[in-house]
Design a protein around this ligand. Structure first.
Ligand code: GLY
Length: 319
């Protein structure tokens, strides 16, 4: 095994033997990544197996990782019982449901929408931004008009359940900053191509106009087909300040495992952590299909699956 000088310096400061042989940090990664993985999917939180099974079924049919992920995320966007994504998402301080989403594919193409209202599937609009415009991000009214022009229909996304929660919040107006259960999904298809996407209604009862990390490429999502992909959930401001998902992918490029790379990004956000209960979490997959996740606080889980089964995994955490 040959090391560059930089790798030697890094190794010198660490408990070299255990790190090299326990498989947690593999300093020879860029050379060792074979880029061969069976199709696989990973997504944030416990949204059940259906989004993953839907994505894997499409991949099995030969569809791309992007097609698969979009279909998986749309299930959650359409679910009125999910209070943090799409239809049924909790509104902002003015009672408006405003949505953020992004997609990134194996060619490095990216598309996103932010502060989008009255459109149930922001992930699909984000994909169209990527495919039909020379831009990466459309926001607000412009994003809405673009969606309508492309055949999406305008609909009310504020369910009675979400409205009741907002009305209750209005009485005290205390920001509860714990509702950030963004769905972020990453997948590898039969061609070995990686894609990722995220979708969220963001911070419940946020200031009208607030945009989180999800539509910011590099913060809420990043994919590099040679290395891997990452997505974040939790307090978006933390992922924006640290360019968190980009950081995770860059750390995997340097040779860290997906879990270690996610841990580094979580650690990096610590200095911006204003309140002890502020959560930030990452999931990642590398080109060999190894997956991982890590969170700042206890309580984060992610789902990982292949063509045979989906499994919910509890993520390790910092505090
Ligand atoms: N991570 C989602 C948000 O903060 O909006």
């Amino acid at each position: 095994m040959k090391y560059s000088r930089r790798q030697f310096v890094k190794v010198g400061g660490l408990a070299t033997t255990s790190l090299l042989f326990n498989g947690v940090w593999n300093l020879n990664y860029p050379q060792k990544l074979k880029g061969v993985s069976e199709p696989k999917v990973i997504y944030t939180w416990d949204y059940g197996p259906v989004p993953g099974k839907t994505a894997m079924a499409l991949i099995n049919e030969g569809k791309s990782s992007l097609d698969a992920i979009e279909a998986g995320i749309k299930i959650i966007e359409a679910d009125p019982n999910v209070l943090s994504v799409g239809y049924g998402g909790l509104p902002d301080a003015e009672g408006k449901v405003t949505l953020d989403a992004s997609v990134m594919d194996w060619n490095g193409n990216a598309g996103a929408v932010a502060f989008l209202q009255n459109i149930k599937h922001p992930v699909s609009v984000a994909r169209l931004v990527m495919e039909k415009t020379p831009h990466v991000l459309l926001v607000g009214e412009g994003a809405f008009e673009f969606a309508i022009e492309n055949g999406f229909k305008a609909e009310n996304l504020l369910t009675n359940k979400a409205k009741e929660r907002w009305e209750k919040w209005l009485k005290f107006k205390k920001f509860k900053d714990r509702n950030h259960d963004t769905i972020g999904m990453l997948a590898i298809d039969k061609q070995g191509n990686l894609s990722g996407a995220v979708s969220t209604s963001g911070w419940a009862f946020k200031v009208h106009g607030r945009v989180g990390d999800s539509p910011i490429i590099g913060a809420g999502l990043y994919v590099d087909n040679k290395v891997g992909g990452a997505a974040s959930t939790g307090l978006g401001e933390l992922a924006i300040k640290t360019a968190g998902s980009f950081l995770v992918v860059e750390k995997m490029r340097e040779g860290y495992s997906p879990t270690e790379a996610c841990k580094i990004a979580v650690e990096r956000s610590k200095k911006y952590q204003k309140k002890a209960h502020h959560q930030i979490c990452y999931i990642a997959i590398n080109k060999d299909g190894e997956v991982g996740g890590y969170s700042f606080l206890d309580g984060f889980a992610y789902t990982v699956g292949n063509r045979r089964r989906m499994r919910l995994k509890k993520a390790p955490y910092l505090l």
